[in-house]
Write a protein of this length. Structure first.
Length: 243
């Protein structure tokens, strides 16, 4: 194990995640696949090894700072792209059952290869639009935790993600600096989708110190029948008051 992996282990321990040598090997194998496949398809703009560990792996693990996420049995990751935040979480918490939804087939193919290479179990890889998948009984109102990083503004994102959360579950939206404007803008959509804003948890990345915010939303009841609307509508015409 090299110095970078040692530091990653220390940073993870700082957020109460103890990683075994085997888990560190998994992160390294995932990193190698990410860089290799990225030469053939657009998966990430971040390829420098230290940056991948910090901005993709560590950043993903911060979801577990929300107490319910640390204890969750099921997690749905919407618009996961190359697997963030769910794959780093799955490596850290092997018993977590995850479902990944992404509308781009080639990203799902990459994730199938990652899951096979690392031998990950209980990972459902779903190619489709969240608006369609969120209507299926197997995924609707089902998950303890729903995550989304870098997918859309909250007012639209709520409609893609909240239908997956079970009543009493959480939707955790991973945001960059100050999301207060987005949160204010999303108030009407929260009301429509049975979400209640709990808090925005502020944190910073350990090396470059840039700010991150975890927007934590509680699901208070089952998703009303009208939602999500047809694929494409939620992001094109977000639920804003008066609209
Ligand atoms: N979450 C990853 C991350 O933080 O690196 C990927 C972010 S990428 C900018 C956004 C992803 O969301 C893309 O992979 C895209 O295909 C997916 N996406 C966008 N709209 C979607 C929808 N309606 N349903 C499912 N996936 C969607």
């Amino acid at each position: 194990m090299d110095e970078l992996q040692q530091r990653f282990r220390t940073f993870a321990a700082g957020i109460r995640i103890d990683l075994s040598d085997r888990q560190l090997e998994h992160y390294e194998a995932y990193y190698r696949m990410l860089v290799e496949w990225n030469e053939k398809m657009n998966l990430t703009g971040i390829t420098e090894r230290e940056a991948v560990y910090e901005k993709h792996f560590y950043d993903s693990l911060t979801v577990s700072l929300v107490p319910e996420a640390e204890k969750a049995a099921t997690l749905a990751d919407i618009g996961s792209g190359a697997g963030f935040p769910s794959i780093p979480l799955k490596i850290a918490f092997p018993s977590l059952r995850i479902a990944i939804v992404d509308s781009l087939a080639k990203r799902i193919r990459f994730l199938e290869a990652v899951v096979a290479e690392l031998g990950l179990e209980d990972v459902a890889l779903i190619h489709g639009r969240a608006e369609d998948v969120g209507r299926l009984p197997a995924h609707r109102d089902r998950y303890d935790i729903v995550t989304a990083r870098a997918v859309a503004r909250l007012a639209g994102l709520n409609e893609l993600c909240l239908p997956f959360a079970k009543p009493g579950g959480l939707f955790i939206a991973m945001k960059g600096s100050d999301p207060s404007e987005e949160i204010a803008e999303s108030k009407y959509s929260l009301g429509q989708l049975k979400g209640r804003f709990r808090e925005a948890k502020r944190l910073s990345l350990p090396i470059e110190q840039s700010e991150r915010q975890l927007v934590v939303i509680e699901k208070t009841a089952a998703t009303p029948k009208a939602y999500p609307r047809k694929a494409g509508i939620p992001l094109k015409t977000p639920l804003l008051s008066g609209s």
